[in-house]
Design a protein around this ligand. Structure first.
Ligand SMILES: *[C@@H]1O[C@H](CO)[C@@H](O)[C@H](O)[C@H]1NC(C)=O
Ligand SMILES: *[C@@H]1O[C@H](CO)[C@@H](O)[C@H](O)[C@H]1NC(C)=O
Ligand SMILES: *[C@@H]1O[C@H](CO)[C@@H](O)[C@H](O)[C@H]1NC(C)=O
Length: 781
């Protein structure tokens, strides 16, 4: 009995301790006393490794603060931020401007900041020129075209502040709302701003290399990168001495670089002067009365995923390291406090002291390795202070100010709740990348309603089918400016007629009495092109170009979303035009995503399960929805080979043979904006810019329900806002930005065949106007 009790107690204790161990196991034990510093060049890596050695050697002096230091070399700070984000490294030091990027895009947070002598946690951003030069520069406006040296794109004192100041006072224009590097490219002469060509600052890859022209990296990969000799504040100073006319530096840089023998011989502080905001000059030491801004010192960052406890460990370790290695200590001998361990075979040999704030010439010519050389300590930030916004303070306004866009917002008009939901996701996604102008979503109750909203200024843009581009242009003066591109490489697609393979009786030349499926009334491939084909070939009677009547009398049943809407059908409503439709209650036969049989996928579904015998689609529709690509039950067993194309000559062809068996080409869906009197070029260019950047970030084809993709619609929906078949967006050449030029003659003719009333009122009006004005002129004579 007693034995049993003891045994049980042990069992419980054992299980309990296992539980505890399991809980701890989630927290990587290995990492709790390991710290990996991310470095960006071989010199820094060497200094880091020396640091690590010193720590190993002095392990016991660190006491409970000891951590095993490791060093991981990245290509640049961007690279390091990614490593930290992925927890492949734990800490690195960043310029305040980089702290913004790290915090905004990589969830990194500052945990310590550098302290300069006098307990300073800020420094001055200054503009330095060679003494007596730039006589023609009397105000900041005169800096246009000058050769400038920057510490690197994204740094606060060495990039953001001068760009912001010159946008405010120097006449620098915003060239591209989503790439302010282009504004600097336009403004300055040949210059050196390293990283001006990396992806982050050149997302669509069209930056010129003007801001790399002065850089001197010899190896192609080094040029204009963090490995360039003109990288960093010391690099910018070097650039000023050797090639540039103005450099944007810290107030300490000139002193640092001219007070030693190894950087430049024969160059002294008095050879330089500061350029103040008002255009006047001051000696280098008078920075307190001639600076461009005050900025926070560099910070040590880690990822916010690290527990507060681990962050405290990092802080304790680095604080101890500063205590140990901040000032060059006199030579010590290892006599006291040194235990017998494998590291110390010769404990009495004096060792070289390690200095945390020393860089050149010890490790090469690079300054400011790991930390800034002028720093004297690191100050921990309390947990509540560990945010990039708190750390940046007022500097945040400057950083965001550089990203100012003259156009505030772009309102996209959509026509259904699923589209509105996708629009809101897109807005969030664009905001996450800080893309400008800000996108706003507006839900109109139909495409016509969206056209009115855009025309009235309630919305700005919408994505339309060719048929709607026509109406929008003709009736509301809207212009297409961006088009989708599908698999043809050109912004167009084939309109095709599709029937089931098992139904050989259905053929294009005799569809009388058939059940038909259409994408929507007045859409390109679903209505205008097939009806124009049938009418102009005499297969069906035109009823004086009243295509709705023509179709209603010829086909027995159809689904033509929108056919009963008075907005689209001003004539008599024919109920059989909606008989095949599937939507219930208010959704029935609506010309938007709420009707199941609306659009290309909807029309195909009408053919598959809705009793339709022929569907009018675009050439990609069947392939997009068959062979397991769509999981909904109606599509589950649909195979491409179960469907065939109906050719104009009455024969049939395989789905893949659309190039030789189609009803004609139609222009791709396009984004439209106000033309005519509401046209505003600044706005239009900002909209174009936003779409191009949006597709750069979110135009990938491989999407799922979790991340946003512009050309993806979550099941059961399809083609929300953009067509799922879209592969990219293409800017429409400005000479084609009218509905007539864009859609082309064939389409305009087809549209007139199916609906001559659409344009007729306008024609009649202008005839009347001509009569009146002629009459007036006759009277006046
Ligand atoms: C430290 O020791 C080195 C030789 O080990 C010697 O050259 C140097 O002068 C010493 N420094 C001081 C400050 O004693
Ligand atoms: C170190 O080792 C020596 C002999 O190997 C021994 O006499 C001494 O007590 C040891 N010191 C410590 C602190 O363990
Ligand atoms: C164009 O739009 C911009 C931004 O909305 C506005 O500042 C500017 O005044 C407009 N230009 C004209 C000619 O209306």
């Amino acid at each position: 009995m007693r034995f049993k009790f003891v045994f049980l107690t042990f069992l419980v204790l054992y299980l309990f301790s296992g539980l505890i161990r399991n809980c701890e196991g989630q927290h990587n034990v290995e990492d709790s006393n390991r710290i990996v510093w991310c470095t960006i060049n071989p010199e820094e890596q060497r200094k880091c490794l020396n640091f690590a050695q010193a720590v190993e050697r002095d392990w016991n002096l660190f006491g409970s603060a000891a951590m095993r230091l490791e060093c991981k070399q990245g290509f640049n700070k961007e690279d390091c931020m990614t490593y930290l984000d992925e927890e492949k490294a734990h800490v690195t030091s960043l310029d305040a401007g980089e702290v913004f990027v790290a915090g905004r895009y990589h969830s990194l947070i500052p945990i310590m900041h550098e302290v300069y002598s006098g307990n300073q946690k800020t420094y001055y951003a200054v503009a330095v020129i060679k003494k007596g030069t730039l006589a023609d520069v009397r105000t900041l406006q005169d800096l246009r075209g000058k050769k400038a040296c920057f510490a690197g794109v994204g740094t606060l004192a060495g990039w953001v502040i001068p760009i912001y100041m010159l946008m405010q006072r120097g006449g620098m224009d915003v060239i591209d709302c989503n790439n302010h590097v282009k504004s600097a490219i336009k403004y300055f002469g040949p210059s050196c701003a390293v990283n001006s060509l990396i992806d982050k600052y050149n997302p669509i890859g069209d930056n010129s290399d003007k801001l790399c022209k002065l850089c001197i990296g010899k190896i192609p990969g080094d040029w204009c990168s963090s490995a360039d000799p003109y990288f960093g504040f010391e690099g910018a100073f070097r650039c000023l001495v050797e090639a540039g006319e103005i450099a944007f530096l810290k107030h300490t840089t000139v002193e640092e670089m001219t007070s030693n023998q190894f950087d430049f011989s024969g160059v002294s502080k008095s050879d330089f002067e500061l350029l103040c905001q008002d255009g006047s000059r001051r000696p280098v030491d008078e920075y307190q009365s001639c600076y461009w801004d005050v900025v926070p010192t560099h910070a040590v960052v880690t990822t916010s995923a690290k527990s507060p406890e681990l962050r405290r460990n990092y802080q304790r370790f680095l604080k101890k390291a500063v205590d140990m290695y901040a000032t060059p200590t006199v030579n010590q001998t290892r006599t006291q406090n040194f235990p017998n361990d494998s590291f110390n075979i010769q404990p009495l040999v004096p060792y070289e002291s390690y200095n945390l704030f020393e860089s050149a010439p010890r490790y090469g010519l690079h300054h400011n390795l790991l930390l800034q050389d002028v720093a004297v300590a690191l100050s921990p930030l309390s947990e509540s202070q560990q945010t990039y916004t708190g750390y940046l303070g007022n500097s945040l306004n400057t950083i965001l100010g550089v990203r100012h866009c003259p156009v505030n917002k772009m309102t996209l008009c959509v026509t259904s709740d699923p589209e509105l939901e996708k629009c809101i996701k897109m807005r969030t996604a664009l905001k996450a990348q800080l893309l400008k102008p800000e996108m706003v979503c507006h839900k109109g109750h139909s495409q016509i309603n969206c056209m009115q909203a855009i025309s009235n200024g309630i919305a700005d843009v919408a994505v339309f089918d060719a048929g709607d581009v026509y109406t929008a242009g003709l009736k509301y003066d809207l212009i297409p400016f961006i088009s989708e591109v599908y698999n043809l490489g050109e912004p167009e697609y084939y309109a095709v007629a599709v029937a089931k393979e098992e139904d050989p009786d259905t053929e294009l030349t005799y569809l009388k009495g058939k059940y038909t499926c259409h994408t929507g009334i007045n859409t390109g491939a679903g209505w205008i092109v097939p009806l124009a084909f049938l009418i102009s070939n005499g297969w069906i009677r035109s009823y004086g170009c009243n295509s709705i009547r023509a179709a209603a009398e010829y086909f027995t049943k159809s689904c033509v979303p929108g056919a009963l809407s008075s907005e689209y059908n001003t004539g008599v409503p024919y109920d059989n035009m909606c008989d095949l439709c599937h939507g219930t209650s208010y959704r029935y036969c609506r010309r938007d995503a709420s009707e199941d049989y609306f659009g290309y996928t909807g029309a195909f579904r009408c053919l598959v399960e809705g009793g339709g015998q022929v569907a009018f689609l675009k050439h990609t529709t069947v392939m997009e929805n068959t062979d397991g690509k769509r999981k909904e039950w109606w599509a589950r067993n649909a195979l491409t080979e179960d469907y065939e194309l109906l050719c104009p000559d009455g024969t049939r062809a395989l789905m893949q043979e659309y190039e030789k068996c189609n009803l004609g080409k139609v222009k791709a869906n396009a984004v439209v904006a106000r033309g005519g009197n509401g046209y505003n070029e600044t706005e239009l260019n900002a909209f174009i810019n936003l779409f191009i950047y949006a597709q750069q970030f979110y135009g990938r084809r491989d999407q799922d329900d979790f991340s946003f993709g512009m050309f993806y619609s979550p099941p059961p929906f399809s083609d929300l806002i953009f067509q799922d078949a879209a592969q990219q967006l293409q800017v429409i050449d400005s000479s084609y930005r009218s509905y007539g030029r864009y859609l082309g003659k064939d389409f305009l003719r087809a549209r007139r065949v199916v609906d001559c009333h659409a344009g007729a009122t306008i024609v009649k009006l202008s005839v009347v106007w001509i009569c009146i004005s002629t009459g007036l002129s006759i009277l006046m004579i």
